[in-house]
Write a protein that binds this ligand. Structure first.
Ligand code: HEC
Ligand code: HEC
Length: 236
């Protein structure tokens, strides 16, 4: 297997990225009242389960396993705060890629209570196995890229950051990961700060498919199931 030389990002640059993302996240946190309210609420995951089965499982699967062929993401075991953030953004349409079905569904999931309940349900679901993978040819390259360039934010096991706003990348379908990395490079994910976008643009197609293939083979729950309250305090 060919292990090509991976561009090494200087630690200072990575630290700068981390800092700018944190600052960007912090200011959005202040602005986004909906999200703030949602993460601080008591969750009713039984209510979330009913909503999910009714409105979401036709695409995302009865166990939140997604659909690799249609590039529908697995949601089971994803970080709580990240899910809340994505859902509240569907409602306010700031998630650039929010598709028409999500905007339509937003009336069901954009209230803080509903986003919170569905996220709590999904976060506690056992992670789905059986993610669709790539062809396996450049997994070693993908692993090297991930270790050197992604773990500062997504954690070394790809389980996501401690606070929960950086997503877990485990149990995820290859096609979906490839699509998302393209969206990141296009600056179309709402929390992607300009530094991260520029960084992602330096990737070629081979780098993208390699890292997506590697990630699609990682399993296990997202990071510990912590919740971040509106005052920024993280609780278990
Ligand atoms: C018609 C199919 C469809 C339905 C119904 C649907 N989704 Fe999705 N969902 C998708 C697809 C496709 C994506 C990936 C592309 C995108 O983000 O638009 C996605 C992405 C997401 C994401 C982002 C995941 C991530 O890792 O960033 C979340 C969260 C989500 N959906 C939640 C929901 C919830 C909650 C419901 C029900 C209230 C729902 N979706 C209903 C198809 C659907
Ligand atoms: C500076 C921190 C940072 C670094 C470094 C970083 N990411 Fe991310 N990543 C994020 C954040 C924050 C999000 C969530 C964006 C959003 O909310 O829309 C994200 C989202 C993603 C997503 C979308 C996940 C989903 O479920 O939709 C993928 C895929 C991803 N990153 C892959 C990578 C890869 C591969 C690398 C390394 C090459 C990387 N990231 C490096 C912070 C980072």
């Amino acid at each position: 297997m060919k292990l090509k030389c991976v561009r090494i990002v200087p630690p200072l640059f990575t630290a700068f990225l981390l800092l700018t993302v944190r600052v960007a996240l912090a200011s959005e946190e202040t602005a986004d009242r909906l999200n703030q309210t949602a993460v601080g609420l008591q969750a009713h995951s039984d209510q979330g389960a009913r909503m999910f089965v009714r409105y979401c499982s036709p695409c995302h699967g009865s166990q939140g396993e997604g659909d690799g062929d249609r590039a529908v993401p697995a949601l089971a075991g994803q970080r709580f705060a990240y899910l809340v953030r994505q859902m509240t953004h569907f409602g306010s349409s700031t998630r650039d890629k929010a598709a028409v079905y999500h905007v339509t569904l937003a009336k069901h999931m954009s209230t803080p209570e509903m986003a919170n309940d569905i996220a709590a349900y999904l976060n506690r679901l056992p992670p789905a196995s059986g993610a669709k993978t790539g062809d396996g040819v450049t997994v070693e390259l993908g692993s090297a890229i991930f270790r050197e360039q992604c773990t500062t934010c997504h954690a070394s096991d790809a389980g996501g950051d401690k606070e929960g706003v950086v997503p877990s990348l485990r149990n995820q379908h290859y096609n979906y990961l490839v699509n998302e990395i393209h969206l990141l490079a296009d600056g179309r994910l709402h929390d992607a700060d300009p530094g991260l976008v520029l960084f992602m643009r330096s990737f070629n197609e081979g780098d993208i498919t390699a890292v997506a293939d590697y990630l699609s083979r990682l399993h296990g729950p997202g990071g510990p199931h912590r919740r971040m309250l509106s005052n920024g305090i993280v609780v278990h």
